[in-house]
Ligand binder design. Structure first.
Ligand code: R5P
Length: 292
């Protein structure tokens, strides 16, 4: 049974890399927007009887809707199986209802995505527990090996998690780099003053990489970098899987004390960011999952 790749409009470059890794052809496919913002998608080649890989990140919301339409188009066209590949999975941060009356967003989105596919593969989820809402169909792969390889090339003395909750990803990276690991801790000094420092390690003279799952506004990285530089770090690298870099965050970070930025290609990176591809990690798990 042939495997074919459909590239959604948010993830064209990632889809092409994945197709190359898997040596699978890409299907001609087109997504259009109506003037009111609604989406229309069309497969221009047959996929009947094929294993179809739909590659499309699901953030912001318009990309999620496009992903749902691709699932429907592939089913309609007679795909044998549909695997949703979601390089960056939106709504992975809220895994429980915090306030009465709130929606559980990861459940609403997970159910919608899980309904239209036979399997779903994504990369470095903020909370892996959101996979439970995909009805056993979801799998998250780690891009940490690719990230660690780049950090080894740069020379890294300490990998830091931005907080204790993110420590296991940092530990995995540090182990592969062969360097020390710690996490950052915020201490409130007064109602207006907060310090951020590594819990146990001294960063003086060290090249430090802060490894997070995502960078959005860059606020988390910026405040940590300023403090670490003040504490004597020789270099600070801001590292993530998903580089959203909203509101011109990349140049702001580079101007504000971060020496280098690294992300994967799950989201197209702006200028100034070093990029490693997460496609080999996704290809690896897809090869394992490939149905007969
Ligand atoms: C937290 O939930 C995430 O792991 C990131 O630390 C956070 O979303 C980064 O956001 P920003 O770049 O806006 O500080």
């Amino acid at each position: 049974v042939p495997t074919v790749v459909v590239a959604g409009s948010a993830s064209g470059a990632f889809a092409a890399r994945l197709a190359a890794e898997l040596q699978a052809p890409m299907v001609r496919a087109e997504a259009k927007r109506f003037p009111d913002g609604e989406c229309s998608v069309r497969l221009h080649e047959g996929v009947r009887g094929s294993h179809v890989l739909l590659v499309q990140s699901t953030a912001p919301d318009a990309n999620l809707v496009e992903h749902l339409l691709w699932q429907d188009a592939a089913r309609e066209a007679g795909a044998r199986t549909i695997t949703s590949v979601v390089p960056y999975y939106g709504y992975a941060r809220q895994d429980r209802v915090f306030e009465p009356g709130e929606a559980l967003s990861s459940r609403a989105i997970g159910r919608a995505l899980g309904f239209g596919c036979d399997g779903l593969v994504t990369v470095d989820l903020h909370k892996e527990s959101v996979l439970q809402f995909l009805g056993g169909k979801g799998r998250a792969v780690s891009a940490v090996p690719q990230i660690a390889q780049a950090l080894s090339g740069w020379g890294t003395d300490i990998v830091l998690a931005p907080d204790q909750g993110a420590r296991s990803r940092a530990e995995q990276a540090a182990k592969l780099v062969g360097c020390r690991v710690d996490h950052l801790e915020k201490t409130r000094l007064s109602p207006t003053e907060v310090t951020i420092r590594a819990k146990a390690l001294d960063v003086r003279g060290a090249r430090v990489a802060i490894v997070d799952d995502l960078i959005a506004s860059g606020g988390t990285m910026m405040s940590a970098a300023k403090e670490l530089k003040r504490q004597g770090a020789k270099a600070v690298y801001a590292v993530c899987t998903h580089g959203l870099f909203t509101g011109g965050a990349a140049p702001k970070l580079l101007a504000g004390g971060i020496d280098r930025l690294l992300s994967t290609d799950t989201v197209a990176a702006p200028a100034g960011v070093d990029v490693v591809s997460a496609a080999p990690a996704v290809a690896g798990v897809l090869a394992e999952l490939r149905p007969a």
